[in-house]
Design a protein around this ligand. Structure first.
Ligand code: NAP
Ligand code: G4F
Length: 345
């Protein structure tokens, strides 16, 4: 049985990749950060199976800022494949905490690569690079497009990408870098624009919120569906030769278009609810990201399966469903409390 080690397993991509690898017969080891509150919502359903179905999934405390924890895990687990998905992944936040972002995203990648090298493992390595590295480069962006990052996050990702290439060239590491364009899902973090929109409109529809505060509606992104993208990560590590690949849909839309489609799906008029708030504008914006993923299609046989319109529908429906269930759960709780029965300890 192959073993995989993931950083960022509690995140959006980490949760889908864990499911994908387990379904493919892997033993999966995930690194999670110590947190004062629970941070395993996205993988709790998998963890429940560990006891009931003996699913080979193991969680370990660790951190990309802590080299010794990374070295210990690599030494003890001896994985066949390492996926480095851990990151302070929010672009706007990276302007507020640039040093921490660089520590986790840039130096963290170096720590992990160096731990692999020093352990002498012959494992394959995946680096979660980002289209943010292209920044202001003219679209469409492909592997040969010169990088011009526009945020501390983009700069840190560019270091992580470059050092991955460097370890491949210097030490012969089987290290590949996926330059992934934006990908979303119902598990997307609540402060990224797509999820912020779908979560807010579900709350608006159910009458528990009235306004949605947004920044730049004119930015264009190439948005795909996250489960498709974790398949691309795995495909990269199955190639004989490590390489870099751009992964995206080849179609770009503005934030405004996402808002319009999402509100239309929920049967609401977005103009009655959306308010532009300068607080959400960035010191430097990335205006237009559009992937040319010819190489990934040709060499990996990778194709996206979900269109932009379908993605919006999936996310809107999931958030509407979640808010409705929360409200129903709250009403049940109220009814039980009124009857003198409480589910809370
Ligand atoms: P995400 O949902 O924000 O997940 C990030 C993960 O990194 C979480 O598990 C988080 O843990 C973990 N993490 C944060 N700081 C860490 C640290 N110091 N040490 C170890 N782990 C840490 O991000 P995502 O959307 O799944 O993206 C996965 C990766 O792909 C990231 O590297 C991101 O930068 C990159 N990427 C994403 C996209 C996209 O559109 N989604 C596109 C290109 C590249 P907690 O759960 O405890 O916070
Ligand atoms: O959803 P976003 O925050 O994603 P962004 O900045 O494109 O970064 C995401 O994709 C990258 C790949 O290209 C990843 F590497 C990165 O980790 C992350 O997953 O913002 C998208 C666009 C931006 O132009 C932003 O200015 O939406 C615009 N926007 C407008 N109003 C907003 C808002 N973004 C956020 N987060 N919140 C707003 O209120």
């Amino acid at each position: 049985m192959k073993k995989a080690l993931l950083t960022g397993c509690t995140g959006q991509d980490g949760s889908y990749l864990t499911e994908f690898l387990l379904a493919g017969g892997y033993e999966v080891h995930g690194i999670k950060r110590r947190s004062s509150s629970l941070n395993t919502d996205r993988i709790d359903h998998i963890y429940r199976d560990v006891h009931e179905c003996r699913t080979p999934f193991f969680l370990h405390y660790g951190d990309l800022t802590d080299a010794s924890s990374l070295a210990t895990m690599l030494h003890d687990i001896r994985p066949d494949e390492v996926y480095n998905l851990g990151a302070q992944s929010h672009v706007k936040v990276s302007f507020d905490i640039p040093e921490y972002t660089a520590d986790v995203v840039a130096t963290g990648t170096l720590r992990l690569l160096e731990a692999v090298r020093r352990t002498g493992l012959k494992c394959r390595f995946y680096q979660a690079s980002s289209s943010e590295m292209f920044g202001s480069a003219a679209p469409p962006q492909r592997e040969s497009t010169p990088f011009h990052p526009r945020s501390p996050y983009g700069c840190a990702k560019l270091f992580g990408h470059s050092i991955t290439v460097n370890y491949r060239e210097s030490y012969g590491a089987h290290a590949s870098s996926g330059i992934l364009f934006n990908h979303e899902s119902p598990r997307r973090g609540e402060t990224f624009v797509t999820r912020k929109i779908t979560r807010a409109l579900a709350r608006i529809k159910c009458g528990i919120q009235s306004k949605l505060y947004l920044g730049n509606l004119e930015a264009r992104r190439d948005w795909g569906y996250a489960p498709d993208y974790v398949r691309a990560m795995w495909l990269m590590l199955q190639q004989d030769t490590p390489d870099d690949y751009v992964v995206g849909t080849g179609e770009a839309h503005t934030v405004r278009e996402f808002v319009e489609l999402a509100f239309e799906r929920a049967g609401l008029d977005w103009k009655e609810h959306v308010v532009i708030d300068p607080a959400y504008f960035r010191p430097a914006e990335v205006d237009f990201l559009l992937a040319d993923c010819t190489k990934a299609r040709r060499e990996l046989g990778w194709e996206p399966t979900v269109t932009f319109r379908e993605l919006v529908r999936i996310m809107v429906d999931a958030d509407l469903d979640q808010v409705e269930r929360q409200i129903a759960g709250g009403l049940d709780e109220l009814r039980r409390a009124a009857a003198g029965v409480s589910t809370r300890a």
